[in-house]
Design a protein around this ligand. Structure first.
Ligand code: GRF
Length: 208
Protein backbone atom coordinates (compact mmCIF):
# COMPACT_ATOMS: atom_id res chain seq x y z
CA UNK A 1 0.00 0.00 0.00
CA UNK A 2 1.17 3.47 -0.89
CA UNK A 3 0.90 5.67 2.19
CA UNK A 4 -0.01 9.32 2.03
CA UNK A 5 -0.07 11.81 4.87
CA UNK A 6 -2.33 14.82 4.33
CA UNK A 7 -1.59 18.19 5.95
CA UNK A 8 -4.55 20.52 6.45
CA UNK A 9 -5.44 23.82 8.09
CA UNK A 10 -9.09 24.43 7.25
CA UNK A 11 -12.29 22.99 5.88
CA UNK A 12 -10.71 20.01 4.21
CA UNK A 13 -12.77 19.73 1.04
CA UNK A 14 -9.64 18.58 -0.80
CA UNK A 15 -9.06 15.97 1.92
CA UNK A 16 -12.67 14.89 1.38
CA UNK A 17 -12.05 14.65 -2.37
CA UNK A 18 -9.09 12.34 -1.68
CA UNK A 19 -11.12 10.18 0.72
CA UNK A 20 -13.98 9.96 -1.80
CA UNK A 21 -11.58 9.03 -4.61
CA UNK A 22 -10.07 6.23 -2.49
CA UNK A 23 -13.58 5.02 -1.63
CA UNK A 24 -14.81 4.95 -5.23
CA UNK A 25 -11.62 3.58 -6.79
CA UNK A 26 -10.28 6.63 -8.61
CA UNK A 27 -7.26 6.28 -6.33
CA UNK A 28 -6.14 2.67 -5.85
CA UNK A 29 -3.56 0.82 -3.75
CA UNK A 30 -3.31 3.88 -1.51
CA UNK A 31 -4.22 4.65 2.09
CA UNK A 32 -4.24 7.83 4.14
CA UNK A 33 -1.74 7.06 6.89
CA UNK A 34 -2.52 10.20 8.85
CA UNK A 35 -4.04 13.67 8.68
CA UNK A 36 -2.02 16.37 10.43
CA UNK A 37 -3.26 19.87 11.16
CA UNK A 38 -1.67 22.96 12.65
CA UNK A 39 -5.17 24.11 13.61
CA UNK A 40 -7.10 22.29 16.34
CA UNK A 41 -10.38 23.70 15.05
CA UNK A 42 -9.93 22.64 11.43
CA UNK A 43 -13.09 20.95 10.17
CA UNK A 44 -10.77 18.73 8.15
CA UNK A 45 -9.95 16.94 11.43
CA UNK A 46 -13.63 16.09 11.94
CA UNK A 47 -13.71 14.61 8.44
CA UNK A 48 -10.71 12.44 9.33
CA UNK A 49 -12.13 11.31 12.71
CA UNK A 50 -15.50 10.50 11.11
CA UNK A 51 -13.76 8.36 8.50
CA UNK A 52 -11.65 6.57 11.13
CA UNK A 53 -8.40 7.99 9.78
CA UNK A 54 -5.64 8.68 12.33
CA UNK A 55 -5.26 12.41 12.87
CA UNK A 56 -3.19 14.69 15.04
CA UNK A 57 -2.51 18.34 15.72
CA UNK A 58 0.91 19.98 15.73
CA UNK A 59 0.06 23.47 16.85
CA UNK A 60 2.29 26.51 16.76
CA UNK A 61 0.87 27.49 20.17
CA UNK A 62 2.55 24.44 21.76
CA UNK A 63 5.93 25.33 20.25
CA UNK A 64 6.84 28.97 20.89
CA UNK A 65 10.08 28.79 18.92
CA UNK A 66 9.85 28.33 15.18
CA UNK A 67 12.75 25.86 15.11
CA UNK A 68 11.01 23.70 17.70
CA UNK A 69 7.78 23.80 15.73
CA UNK A 70 9.53 22.90 12.51
CA UNK A 71 11.25 19.95 14.20
CA UNK A 72 8.00 18.73 15.78
CA UNK A 73 6.12 18.96 12.49
CA UNK A 74 8.87 17.18 10.58
CA UNK A 75 9.04 14.43 13.21
CA UNK A 76 5.27 13.97 13.17
CA UNK A 77 5.25 13.57 9.38
CA UNK A 78 8.27 11.23 9.34
CA UNK A 79 6.64 9.09 12.05
CA UNK A 80 3.63 8.43 9.80
CA UNK A 81 5.87 6.51 7.41
CA UNK A 82 4.48 8.42 4.45
CA UNK A 83 5.54 7.71 0.88
CA UNK A 84 3.96 11.02 -0.16
CA UNK A 85 3.01 14.16 1.77
CA UNK A 86 -0.01 16.00 0.42
CA UNK A 87 -0.62 19.64 1.33
CA UNK A 88 -4.37 20.16 1.07
CA UNK A 89 -4.94 23.72 2.20
CA UNK A 90 -2.03 23.73 4.67
CA UNK A 91 -1.15 27.29 5.59
CA UNK A 92 2.24 26.72 7.20
CA UNK A 93 5.58 27.10 5.42
CA UNK A 94 7.15 23.67 5.08
CA UNK A 95 10.42 23.38 7.03
CA UNK A 96 13.57 22.91 4.90
CA UNK A 97 14.39 19.73 6.86
CA UNK A 98 11.08 18.19 5.79
CA UNK A 99 11.70 19.15 2.17
CA UNK A 100 15.10 17.46 2.32
CA UNK A 101 13.66 14.38 4.04
CA UNK A 102 10.87 14.06 1.44
CA UNK A 103 12.67 15.35 -1.64
CA UNK A 104 10.16 15.52 -4.52
CA UNK A 105 7.64 13.66 -2.34
CA UNK A 106 5.61 16.64 -1.09
CA UNK A 107 2.85 17.98 -3.34
CA UNK A 108 0.54 20.99 -3.00
CA UNK A 109 -2.69 22.06 -4.66
CA UNK A 110 -2.81 25.76 -5.56
CA UNK A 111 -6.00 27.43 -6.83
CA UNK A 112 -4.59 29.21 -9.90
CA UNK A 113 -2.65 28.42 -13.04
CA UNK A 114 0.92 28.84 -11.74
CA UNK A 115 2.90 31.08 -12.40
CA UNK A 116 -0.11 33.42 -12.23
CA UNK A 117 -1.46 34.49 -8.86
CA UNK A 118 0.90 32.50 -6.68
CA UNK A 119 3.71 33.03 -4.20
CA UNK A 120 3.78 34.66 -0.78
CA UNK A 121 0.41 36.18 0.16
CA UNK A 122 -1.58 34.33 -2.49
CA UNK A 123 -3.76 31.94 -0.53
CA UNK A 124 -7.47 31.29 -0.10
CA UNK A 125 -9.82 33.92 -1.48
CA UNK A 126 -6.92 36.31 -2.14
CA UNK A 127 -5.96 34.24 -5.17
CA UNK A 128 -9.42 34.57 -6.70
CA UNK A 129 -9.71 38.27 -5.79
CA UNK A 130 -6.46 38.89 -7.66
CA UNK A 131 -7.58 36.92 -10.72
CA UNK A 132 -10.85 38.87 -10.90
CA UNK A 133 -9.08 42.20 -10.34
CA UNK A 134 -6.69 41.46 -13.23
CA UNK A 135 -9.59 40.51 -15.47
CA UNK A 136 -8.24 37.18 -16.69
CA UNK A 137 -10.73 35.02 -18.58
CA UNK A 138 -9.21 31.73 -17.48
CA UNK A 139 -7.94 30.62 -14.13
CA UNK A 140 -7.67 27.10 -12.69
CA UNK A 141 -5.65 24.94 -10.36
CA UNK A 142 -2.15 23.47 -10.23
CA UNK A 143 -0.68 20.47 -8.47
CA UNK A 144 3.02 21.02 -7.96
CA UNK A 145 5.96 19.61 -6.05
CA UNK A 146 6.93 21.61 -2.98
CA UNK A 147 10.44 23.06 -2.87
CA UNK A 148 12.10 25.66 -0.62
CA UNK A 149 10.20 28.63 -2.04
CA UNK A 150 6.48 29.34 -2.26
CA UNK A 151 4.67 27.75 -5.24
CA UNK A 152 7.90 27.44 -7.26
CA UNK A 153 8.37 23.66 -7.43
CA UNK A 154 7.93 21.48 -10.54
CA UNK A 155 4.42 21.55 -11.98
CA UNK A 156 2.69 18.16 -12.21
CA UNK A 157 -0.90 18.81 -13.36
CA UNK A 158 -2.96 21.87 -14.28
CA UNK A 159 -6.59 22.39 -15.24
CA UNK A 160 -8.16 25.58 -16.58
CA UNK A 161 -11.49 27.00 -15.38
CA UNK A 162 -13.44 29.78 -17.10
CA UNK A 163 -14.31 33.00 -15.33
CA UNK A 164 -17.96 34.00 -15.81
CA UNK A 165 -19.50 37.47 -15.87
CA UNK A 166 -20.54 38.54 -12.39
CA UNK A 167 -18.23 36.11 -10.59
CA UNK A 168 -17.42 36.97 -7.00
CA UNK A 169 -14.27 35.57 -5.34
CA UNK A 170 -16.45 33.09 -3.43
CA UNK A 171 -18.30 31.88 -6.54
CA UNK A 172 -15.06 31.54 -8.46
CA UNK A 173 -13.36 29.71 -5.58
CA UNK A 174 -16.17 27.16 -5.53
CA UNK A 175 -16.03 26.64 -9.32
CA UNK A 176 -12.24 26.18 -9.24
CA UNK A 177 -12.62 23.61 -6.49
CA UNK A 178 -15.43 21.70 -8.20
CA UNK A 179 -14.05 21.76 -11.74
CA UNK A 180 -10.33 21.53 -11.02
CA UNK A 181 -8.99 21.00 -7.49
CA UNK A 182 -11.15 18.08 -6.39
CA UNK A 183 -10.33 16.22 -9.61
CA UNK A 184 -6.70 17.14 -10.06
CA UNK A 185 -5.39 16.31 -6.59
CA UNK A 186 -6.79 12.73 -6.53
CA UNK A 187 -5.55 12.23 -10.10
CA UNK A 188 -2.02 13.34 -9.17
CA UNK A 189 -1.98 11.07 -6.10
CA UNK A 190 -3.09 8.04 -8.11
CA UNK A 191 -0.48 8.72 -10.80
CA UNK A 192 2.30 9.10 -8.23
CA UNK A 193 1.14 5.99 -6.33
CA UNK A 194 1.47 3.95 -9.53
CA UNK A 195 4.79 5.42 -10.63
CA UNK A 196 3.23 7.20 -13.60
CA UNK A 197 4.95 10.48 -12.83
CA UNK A 198 8.71 10.62 -12.42
CA UNK A 199 10.49 13.68 -11.01
CA UNK A 200 14.24 13.84 -11.53
CA UNK A 201 16.62 15.37 -8.99
CA UNK A 202 16.78 18.42 -11.27
CA UNK A 203 12.98 18.75 -11.12
CA UNK A 204 12.28 17.44 -14.62
CA UNK A 205 8.79 15.89 -14.75
CA UNK A 206 8.18 12.86 -16.98
CA UNK A 207 4.86 11.06 -17.53
CA UNK A 208 5.27 7.31 -17.95
C1 GRF B 1 -7.95 25.22 -1.57
O1 GRF B 1 -8.43 26.26 -2.37
C2 GRF B 1 -6.53 24.89 -1.96
O2 GRF B 1 -6.28 25.05 -3.30
C3 GRF B 1 -5.74 25.87 -1.16
O3 GRF B 1 -6.43 25.99 0.06
C4 GRF B 1 -7.80 25.67 -0.13
C5 GRF B 1 -8.13 24.59 0.86
O4 GRF B 1 -9.48 24.24 0.87
N1 GRF B 1 -4.37 25.46 -1.09
P1 GRF B 1 -9.96 22.95 1.66
O5 GRF B 1 -9.48 23.07 3.11
O6 GRF B 1 -9.39 21.73 1.00
O7 GRF B 1 -11.45 22.99 1.59
Amino acid sequence: MYRITVLVSGGGTNLQAIMDAIADGRITDTEIACVISNNRDAYALTRAYDAGIPACVVSRADHPHRDEYDAALTRAVVDTGADLVVLAGFLVKIPPAMIREFKNRIINIHPSLIPSFCGVGFYGLKVHEAALARGVRLTGATVHVVDEDTDTGPILLQKAVEIQPGDTPEVLQRRVMEQAEWKLLPQAIDMLAHGRIEISDEGQVTFL
